[in-house]
Design a protein around this ligand. Structure first.
Ligand code: PMP
Length: 453
């Protein structure tokens, strides 16, 4: 479709995230008409394998008949209702189910409507807890380098990716920032499969200095996703939990991206056997259908908001669409699919296949610094020098160029800087996994051949 044709579609007035009108001239947005399974189809019938689950939300395929049916039925029954002093049975059931499935000790569920809101809620709850527990000095947060927690101002403040933060710096909270785990370029020359997380010492140093002013530490368990699928072992999370206990700091686990099976267990925290004080969930919770998020916390936290005298201590965070019945009914269906189809058991074989094929395809390529994988999330770290791990300069936009090439070959692999990754819907078949790896390899080889590398 040409730029002129797009203008005829009146795209002149639509503003997409992460792109400008200038981009549209050389690379117009692809107009998607429908989806089925892992495939998206544009208006001309051209297909794309959605290897990134449409920003990591889709689990059971596009236009999944079972989920669509549940949604349609709910729409005919109750589309929405104010969620203060009113409730509905899908919400009651979903809250109970989430408590059953998440790590032991999380007993209360607070619903909202997107990942960033979940982060805001966890930060505010932790802070208000401190106020109501007479710990007024504890009003800062410990955040990690390369963290990403969303794009509202509180969430941006605890994020550590300059690309998103820099321009808003004057507006952001004053957080205590610590160096996060960096397994690919490990400063201790350790291996994530055997290490005892020596880099946790950076957190401990910050706690020793500042714990009396820190309310909570916030982390993406096992995968710092937006930073380029940076992966770290469960032992790091375990040791972080221990430090939080020692220094009386809440632990906020942001499982917005990794929750609901992405890392090979239903929740990433399970692998470290930790229970956070706040668990933030979104994205996959509705299988990619509708915006919904949930923050789970402990009875201990909840009790601090309890008051015999009106709402003086209540948590006054209400969004218009809090507890939306459509989204919640869809989430119930998603959890039913997990259970009835034994999804986590089925995923084990797909994870193994992806790993075997990807290791064989990418490990020996000269510009691949590393292929890493946790669960069904696989990432290729492209480097200018395999030995020194020197990155490609960001201005070259290597990942972006490869993304464009891959689209021509019917695969949607949206990059994160120099990292190309796979995070496909769980319904991807073995054949589709094989095809995805083969085509990606061909795209990489062709691209670097043309660059003369
Ligand atoms: N936390 C993490 C770990 C995320 O990856 C994201 C979104 N990519 C968010 C929070 C924010 O979620 P949302 O985009 O729904 O606001």
């Amino acid at each position: 479709m040409t730029y002129e044709e797009l203008q005829a579609l009146d795209l002149e007035h639509i503003w997409h995230p992460c792109s400008q009108m200038k981009d549209y001239e050389s690379f117009p947005p692809i107009v998607i008409d429908r989806g089925e399974g892992v495939w998206l189809y544009d208006h001309e019938g051209k297909r794309y394998l959605d290897a990134v689950s449409s920003w990591w939300v889709n689990l059971f395929g596009h236009a999944n008949p079972r989920i669509s049916k549940a949604l349609a039925e709910q729409a005919h029954k109750l589309e929405h209702v104010i969620f203060a002093n009113f409730t509905h049975t899908p919400a009651i059931h979903l809250a109970a189910k989430l408590v059953e499935l998440t790590p032991k000790g999380l007993e209360k569920v607070f619903f909202s409507d997107n990942g960033s809101s979940a982060i805001e809620i966890a930060l505010k709850m932790s802070f208000q807890y401190r106020t109501q527990k007479n710990q007024p000095k504890k009003k800062r947060f410990l955040a990690f380098t390369d963290a990403y927690h969303g794009e509202t101002l509180g969430a941006l403040s605890v994020g550590g990716v300059d690309l998103y933060n820099e321009v808003y710096a004057p507006l952001l909270l004053n957080v205590v920032r610590t160096q996060g785990p960096d397994c690919f370029r490990c400063p201790f020359q350790d291996s994530p499969s055997t290490c005892n997380a020596p880099c946790i010492k950076y957190v401990e140093e910050k706690f020793i200095q500042h714990a009396d002013t820190i309310s909570a530490a916030i982390i993406e368990p096992l995968i710092q996703a937006a930073a380029g699928m940076k992966m770290f072992p469960p032992i790091y999370l375990k040791r972080l939990r221990e430090l939080c206990d020692t220094y009386d700091v809440h632990l906020i686990a942001d499982e917005v991206a990794v929750g609901f099976g992405r890392t090979g267990t239903l929740f990433a925290c399970e692998q470290a056997e930790v229970t956070p004080d706040f668990l933030c969930l979104s994205k996959g919770i509705t299988g990619g259908y509708l915006p919904l998020s949930a923050v789970l916390t402990t009875n201990e936290v909840y009790q601090a908001f309890y008051d015999d005298y009106g709402t003086m201590k209540a948590f006054l965070h209400s969004h218009s669409y809090s507890g939306n019945p459509l989204a919640i009914r869809v989430a119930q269906e998603v959890l039913a699919i997990f259970e009835e189809d034994h999804v986590m058991d089925q995923l084990a074989a797909k994870q193994k296949l992806l790993k075997e094929l990807a290791n064989a395809a990418f490990d020996n390529l000269p510009y691949v610094g590393e292929y890493r994988q946790i669960g069904l999330v696989g990432a290729i770290e492209l480097v200018a020098d395999k030995l020194t791990k020197e990155p490609f300069p960001s201005e070259e936009r290597i990942g972006y160029q490869i993304y464009q090439r891959a689209l021509e070959r019917e695969i949607l692999i949206r990059p994160l800087g120099n990292v190309i990754y796979f995070m496909p819907p769980y319904v991807i078949t073995d054949e589709e996994i094989k095809w995805m790896i083969e085509i990606t390899k061909e795209v990489l080889i062709q691209f670097f051949k043309e660059r003369g590398e």
